[in-house]
Design a protein around this ligand. Structure first.
Ligand SMILES: [Cu+2]
Length: 110
């Protein structure tokens, strides 16, 4: 009887946790941008026209949906460090996924 009550309690807690989680969406566009460094104009990679990229905020349990659009002339990807996520979402070209081709997008979900 106690086992059954505990199992129900755990199921209710899991349901409450999943019901409280939000889906957090970001759109990241990768481009080249000319910036002045040490007195010289250089081409650097920018995310949403910013160097460095913006910080993405999530709460524990949130569902992340991050669309990355490649506006570079070469293949690219985003590799996520410090996050426990499914291996197929980790963004390493030719390891976890194919690279994002120029003018194409990839949706990361974890
Ligand atoms: Cu790594």
């Amino acid at each position: 009887m106690i086992r059954k009550a505990l199992a129900v309690l755990v199921m209710v807690l899991v349901w409450i946790h999943s019901a409280m989680a939000a889906t957090v969406k970001y759109d990241l566009t990768i481009t080249n941008k000319v910036v002045r460094l040490a007195g010289e104009d250089v081409v650097a990679m920018a995310v949403n026209n910013s160097i460095h990229a913006a910080t993405l905020f999530f709460k524990k349990g949130d569902w992340a949906k991050i669309t990355v659009t490649n506006k570079l002339a070469v293949d690219t990807s985003v590799h996520w460090h410090g996050i426990l996520l499914p291996n197929r979402q980790d963004g390493v070209p030719y390891v976890n996924q194919l690279p994002i081709k120029p003018n194409e997008s990839h949706l990361f979900e974890f």
